[in-house]
Design a protein around this ligand. Sequence first.
Ligand code: TRP
Length: 483
Amino acid sequence: MNEERTSIHGQWSSKFAFILAATGCAVGLGNIWKFPYITGENGGGAFVIIYLICIVLMGLPVMIAEVLLGRRGKHSPINSMRYIAQEESASRWWQLIGWSGVVAGFIILSYYSVIAGWSLAYIPIMAEGTFNVVQSLSSPEAVKQFAQNNFATLISNPITLIGWHTAFMAVTIIMVSGGVKGGLERAVQFMMPALFVLLLVLLGYAISTGDYFIKGVEFLFRVDFEALFYPNCTPDSCEFSGRGVLVAMGQAFFTLSLGMGSIMVYGAYLSQKTSIAKTTAVVVAADTMIAILAGLIIFPIVFSNQLAPGAGPGLVFQTLPIAFGQMPWGTFFGTLFFILLAFAAWSSSISIAEPVVSWLVEATSLSRRVLCIFVGFLAWFIGLITVFSFNIWSEVKPLSNFTMFENSTLFDLLDFLTVNIMLPLGGLAMAIFVAWVMRSRSVTQELKTTESSVLYRLWLFALRFITPLGVGLVFLNAIGVFS
Ligand code: TRP
């Protein structure tokens, strides 16, 4: 039926190109910056298990659904949802999925760029060999102080942060302006493999820490539910908190780029010939592997330098530079690492901008380039909230009356709203639409399968029941129904 249709925005040149782009979209700060630090904050192993369960039972099925919607709609998420809803004689309101994605996209892009800017900032820090002095520092305490001070100096200076944030956003805009083939595809082709190889080198270093490597592995994989559910225990009080589970689920959506249209719009550029399920499984596996790899690298370094696993958003930037300072060729590897991390972030940030940009291209007569500049500027401006959250507004905590948000800065709140609320709800809406609203004939046609296939049934079951139940339970839990 729609064998011959292609998106007006272009198409990936091959199946491999799609896998690369979708992996580039999925693998980013979420894997290397966020996964280790939220794992550290939520006690380790138990959190990792919940995260992995969410990836398999919700992440993979929802990702298949999201790619499917994109490829069937062949437009920006807003218009794709509109066309498909029409085709399936469903309510027009389903396009709200696209709209919520636009809002979430602006917010996520805004802070993503600021954090990626930190990575840019560490490129010259490493290149100058700043961290080589840790070899001559006598005590672990001094090493730790040095790394912490270095990071604190960076984030306490709003002007520096704005500079790097601007640079990151500018390059994102240039890449998105290039369109599907010119910009997005070329950009990720060589950076992803290079990043992977460098992570393996770092893993080698982490293993060389011996006992500390074992400690790191234990932290990641020893399941201790008390650490997850009772995070703030003092000798005389222990309060149950379901927040860790909500964070794990949010992370599953964030790391796979689900729930806001990134994956949908990438699906729109996918050839009708490609198998959605297989390619998606590859992307999910690669993303999960990189996150675990990052954890295996970072926690041994945390323990061997007596840093705290729960150090928060600065964790990667305080641990890895120490490792680079200590290892042979550290200046070279350190510089390279932060360059590659920035590239991994770019191949993700372009996917955060693309849903909005593609919609504006469809809805206006302005050129893609002009629209990119507009989107970039707006997201840049919103990003200032995040910049200031780490310095001049670090004490601004608007929801401090609620225990759950006691210590949450504006950045924390934006992050929480988008990642833990909007993405899961977006993903849930997509799951319900595909599994309950769309005609099964349309769905099986898109997946090139039949209703009797076992895998198809398992997938449908996950979308129909597990995802709604999971998202529902986690929300009830988070608002304290079970405590
Ligand atoms: N998944 C990416 C990461 O792990 C970030 C990302 C790209 C994203 N597109 C997204 C997150 C869409 C949420 C929604 O860094």
